[in-house]
Design a binder for this molecule. Structure first.
Ligand SMILES: [Zn+2]
Length: 364
């Protein structure tokens, strides 16, 4: 079933609508605007205002103060919405016995699909070859602003390698972790499909101790352990991605960055697994807690796609939850101050980076 439709977006301010591409994905309506930017309307953020009888055109309206409206047209659009959003499922139309029976049959089928989906998804994720996941992961990484300038100072690389090995040796990961640092002022890190973890250098220069970097890396390895990125990819692009050719070419697909916006359950699971990974490695586990605490005070500077801000559990909530998981455990960092400095210099002089950042803030 086609899940991609053409739509017109009315922003409530100007009368003219904007042509958008609308994809019905498991988390909501994904809008792609003419300039290529994307937006997600979660299913609980809008109501269905009207639907044509033939099911080929619907109009939805954003809940709340905004007057945003969207019309979506295309064969089967109503059915597609029904599958993904049971809360918007249409009421039984004609009041005849047969219509009710047919509706019941449809609802039973849709409910079956709805409940079977997670099972089906996990089964598919389990059999996707690592090489496909890696190829998709590379496309996802390339879609993130600030990536591409990978740092390779030998001393810094050696410390990163040791840190990665120390954390992964007992981490029970489905893939080899491929960890790299890309030069960027942004404080961010993410785990893409196929075990690829990118730390932006802004995160390292912003961190006060190596414990914090280890904590963030352990959290990302938590996403790797549970293949969260691959599951999100399938949520967004559909199970048919697996049938779209060997290693499916995602190079030009829009909305790839949405793969990295995990839900609250995934974040909790990654926090929990991250703490477990730190403990197994014998490292201090409170670095992640301190990282959340510090970030909470500088939320405004963070990019909105950041792994650490994009989802519902607030930083305070996550700080408290991870603190509880750490308990009275105390670890020891198997790295020297010299190692930490080498890591800080992996992209060159970290202070030069900070000066640039201050200048840039001053001019904005
Ligand atoms: Zn995360």
């Amino acid at each position: 079933m086609a899940r991609q439709f053409s739509g017109t977006l009315y922003d409530g301010q100007s009368a003219a609508g904007i042509d958008v591409m609308v994809e019905i994905v498991s988390v909501g309506l994904m809008l792609t605007k003419p300039d290529g930017s994307t937006d997600i309307w979660p299913y609980d953020s809008f109501t269905v205002m009207s639907a044509k009888r033939d099911g080929n055109r619907i109009a939805v309206s954003r809940v709340g103060a905004s007057d945003e409206r969207l019309t979506i047209a295309g064969s089967g659009v109503r059915d597609a919405l029904d599958i993904y959003a049971p809360q918007h499922r249409r009421k039984s139309g004609r009041d005849t016995k047969q219509a009710i029976l047919v509706s019941l049959a449809i609802i039973a089928t849709l409910a079956g699909l709805y409940f079977a989906y997670p099972v089906l998804k996990n089964a598919v994720v389990a059999v996707i070859p690592e090489s496909w996941a890696v190829a998709w992961g590379e496309a996802v990484v390339d879609s993130v602003p600030g990536t591409g300038d990978t740092c390779d100072d030998p001393a810094g690389m050696a410390v990163l390698q040791r840190l990665t090995e120390a954390l992964t040796v007992n981490a029970d990961l489905p893939y080899d972790a491929r960890v790299r640092v890309d030069k960027s002022r942004t404080v961010n890190a993410f785990a893409a499909p196929g075990g690829q973890v990118v730390l932006l250098s802004g995160l390292i220069t912003d961190a006060e101790t190596m414990d914090e970097v280890a904590g963030v890396l352990a959290h990302e390895l938590g996403h790797v352990r549970h293949k969260h990125a691959l599951k999100r990819l399938i949520d967004i692009f559909g199970i048919q991605i697996v049938f779209s050719g060997i290693g499916g070419d995602l190079g030009t697909a829009g909305g790839l960055i949405m793969v990295l916006s995990y839900g609250r359950d995934d974040e909790r699971e990654a926090d929990e697994t991250g703490i477990e990974i730190l403990k197994k490695a014998g490292m201090p586990a409170d670095g992640l807690v301190r990282f959340f605490d510090r970030l909470a005070t500088k939320r405004a500077e963070m990019p909105n796609f950041s792994d650490f801000l994009s989802t519902h559990p607030s930083l305070n909530e996550r700080s408290m939850a991870t603190r509880a998981m750490v308990g009275d455990y105390v670890g020891k960092m198997p790295f020297s101050e010299e190692d930490w400095q080498a890591l800080r210099w992996i992209c060159g002089d970290p202070d030069a980076d900070n000066e640039e950042a201050e200048e840039a803030e001053g001019t904005e």
